[in-house]
Ligand binder design. Structure first.
Ligand code: SAM
Length: 220
């Protein structure tokens, strides 16, 4: 297939993904839908997932890690109620797909990954695809990224036993944090809104993520 036809084919697959997996299931945020129509998921899913990059499922990206199901990416991104001036912290870069979706909507994305090969690969993909507002750090993300704080929004894309204290401290006043919280095998999405001195919590869809490993997460 000619390169141009291949790109059009991927564009059609993204459109189909957005219509059948996102809009039909209730995703309404215009910016989220536009971002997911645009980001080349097949690039982030990698050659081992060729042919199923736009399927309705999480995919293996090596090192026992996954790129989340498109619907889960959309739900989490929508719950963040992003605005274009936001600075967002992501914990769990993985393939880089979620960070790329965020970067289409907000001013700056800071993403932290604990596995070196994944961090390096994601950095390469951001450069290759022209994402210039994403910074990647190799570290234990349960400690956050203090030098860059405060963050308007924080997203944890690995399963946490509870929200790491340093992340609550690094969330701006009136900021929003989303994380899958529960045990190692099943969780639900927890949304935290920092409202001045108080913290409001709400539980959303059930989910299954790989574990958040670190000082304020699960043991390795
Ligand atoms: N957001 C990713 C994407 O779009 O592909 C998917 C993330 S994957 C479900 C979870 C990621 O969290 C893995 O890459 C894993 O190595 C990472 N992770 C787990 N514990 C971490 C920690 N303490 N700090 C940073 N990354 C962590």
């Amino acid at each position: 297939m000619a390169p141009e036809d291949k790109e059009n084919n991927y564009k059609d697959m993204r459109e189909e993904m957005v219509t059948t997996q996102l809009i039909r299931r209730g995703i309404r945020d215009f910016n989220v839908l536009c971002a997911m129509r645009k980001v080349p998921r097949h690039v982030f899913a990698g050659p081992s997932n060729a042919g199923r990059a736009y399927a309705d499922m999480a995919l293996d990206i090596g090192m026992h890690q996954t790129i989340s199901q498109p619907y889960m990416v959309a739900v989490m991104t929508e719950l963040l109620a992003l605005s274009n001036s936001d600075k967002v912290l992501e914990i769990g870069t993985g393939s880089g797909y979620q960070a790329a979706v965020l970067s289409e909507i907000v001013a700056r994305v800071c993403t932290v990954e604990r596995i070196e090969s994944l961090a390096v690969e994601a950095k390469g993909k951001f450069a290759e695809s022209g994402y210039e507002n994403i910074d990647v750090k190799l570290a234990d993300g349960t400690l956050g990224w203090p030098e860059e704080s405060p963050f308007d929004k924080i997203i944890i894309t690995a399963a946490a036993p509870d929200i790491p204290e340093p992340l609550i401290a690094q969330l701006a006043t009136y900021g929003i944090l989303i994380a899958p919280v529960g045990d190692r095998h099943s969780q639900s999405l927890l949304k935290i809104v920092k409202d001045g001195e108080t913290i409001q919590k709400s539980h959303h869809v059930p989910c299954i993520f790989v574990p958040l490993i670190g000082k304020y997460g699960w043991a390795d």
